[in-house]
Design a binder for this molecule. Structure first.
Ligand code: SDX
Length: 428
């Protein structure tokens, strides 16, 4: 549905189409703006700029709404497995029994990695960041499966490549952990669920099969479901920019891993735990940290707070907060960091600095505590985010090709020197 906007510029009037989406969000279509007016728009960080039309995920930041293909995150978190959600995000519908069985079997069939690939792990130093290993190994997997380099967005080749990637990201991540800790690799067990197979790959030992409790499996499933997609966030936008050059799916998601790594994005879940550990160890009052976060001259920020889109609450944070408590109780354990997190959240709810800037806990604020309860090591937290976000990255890459979207190539406003002549070195 379209109506129009009028732009008055340099004495001329221009009519621009206004497009309305499913949920009545509106955009001004400026695809012809430069041709019509000679002007471009400027929006560093793209806070006010739409990059695509998408039917995968809908976020309403004002009302704390998140839906995958129309299904509310609260219902998916309570009822769906990560494999069902991955299928939904990839193909647009929840799978029926037969579709789920075929998809699950394909995931488990692709779980093993080529033995020559395994040797590459020994080339990394023990201190190598797992996100660096993950990004490198995702590109490397494509070397052992050259057929995926030419895959487009549909048909059995896409289905196989998507399953291969969703499955191998789990194996590669677990191998990165095992290699860094000097432990032998476990081989995938096709009779385990997606989550339990990952936990087996991570924590089994040659003489002791790791068998997670239902609580742990459920907690990991919840974590992955909540991270599966989130519109055009930094890493998904990166996957789209790289994919827009028609780069293959593996190199596109490898770039997404690098974008996710940043502490302002996916790296925040580990940064939250580091912040809570620091607060606990210092014994200083929370006010000390709140004051630092509010001090314009101090780069310190409360990790896990704030969001580009959510200006009320992040529904994922509410779901996680509820489940973290349940998981700790079911595991008959407690986490002193949870107490600090709850107190910190309470303090910000009373503080005008945070209230006036709509700074509430985001998905990363409680997810680290859930990962601790599951037993995931701190340096693997952002890797877990990447495993969860893989369906969203693949679906956005697929949608980009289905829409035959042009290569991404933003413009700029030049603010450097105007023309000047070369100066020989003896005269500089
Ligand atoms: C994720 O985009 C997504 O969907 C991401 C994600 C997904 O699922 O993909 O939801 C996952 O990345 C969640 C965000 C995780 N990052 C963090 O928790 C890091 C801490 N948060 C911030 O760095 C920040 O809030 C961002 C990066 C999340 C959002 O940055 P914006 O939108 O650019 O906001 P901003 O920096 O312009 O801040 C607006 C104001 C500023 O103050 P003023 O200049 O107006 O005085 O709020 C302040 C900021 O200084 N502010 C904070 C703050 N976050 C913003 N002050 C203290 N602590 C913070 N955490």
């Amino acid at each position: 549905m379209t109506n129009s906007a009028t732009l008055s510029l340099n004495g001329e009037e221009y009519t621009l189409d206004v497009i309305t989406g499913t949920e009545n969000e509106q955009c001004i279509d400026i695809q012809q703006l430069r041709n019509q007016t000679g002007c471009i728009t400027m929006d560093p960080g793209f806070g006010n700029t739409g990059s695509c039309y998408s039917s995968i995920t809908y976020v309403d930041g004002k009302n704390g709404v998140l839906r995958y293909r129309g299904y509310p995150i609260e219902e998916l978190a309570e009822n769906a497995s990560f494999v069902e959600v991955a299928y939904l995000i990839l193909y647009g519908e929840l799978p029926n029994q037969k579709q789920l069985c075929i998809f699950s079997r394909s995931l488990e069939e692709h779980a093993p990695i080529h033995t020559n690939l395994e040797h590459h792990f020994s080339g990394f130093p023990k201190s190598a960041p797992p996100m660096a290993i993950l990004s490198a190994m995702l590109n490397l997997v494509a070397c052992f499966h050259p057929e995926v380099l030419d895959v487009t967005s549909e048909g059995p080749e896409f289905d196989r490549t998507a399953a291969l990637l969703l499955s191998k990201v789990r194996t590669i991540s677990a191998f990165a952990y095992r290699s860094a800790t000097g432990k032998p690799f476990n081989q995938p067990n096709p009779f385990l669920s997606y989550c339990n197979n990952f936990l087996h790959l991570m924590f089994s030992d040659p003489y002791r099969e790791y068998v997670p409790s239902k609580t742990i499996e459920k907690a990991l499933n919840l974590f992955l479901v909540l991270h599966a997609d989130h519109e055009q966030n930094c890493s998904t936008s990166t996957v789209r920019v790289v994919g827009s050059s028609r780069a293959n799916l593996f190199s596109s998601v490898a770039a997404g891993v690098c974008a996710l790594w940043g502490p302002l994005h996916g790296g925040a879940n580990a940064a939250v735990i580091a912040m809570l550990e620091d607060i606990k160890a210092s014994g200083k009052p929370l006010k000390h940290y709140l004051d630092m976060a509010k001090d314009k001259d101090n780069p310190y920020r409360l990790m896990g707070f704030g969001h580009r889109v959510y200006k009320n609450f992040d529904p994922r944070s509410r779901i996680l907060k509820r489940h973290v408590d349940e998981v700790l109780k079911e595991l008959n354990t407690s986490d002193p960091l949870l107490e600090i997190a709850l107190e910190l959240e309470q303090e910000t709810l009373k503080d005008d600095y945070f209230i006036s800037r709509n700074l509430y806990p985001n998905v990363d604020f409680y997810s680290g505590i859930l990962l601790r309860a599951i037993g995931i090591p701190l340096n693997m937290y952002t890797v877990m985010f990447a495993i969860g976000r893989m369906p969203g990255w693949i679906a956005n890459w697929k949608e980009l090709l289905e829409h035959n979207q042009r290569i991404s190539r933003p413009r700029q406003i030049y603010t450097g020197h105007s023309i000047r002549s070369f100066v020989p070195i003896e005269k500089r």
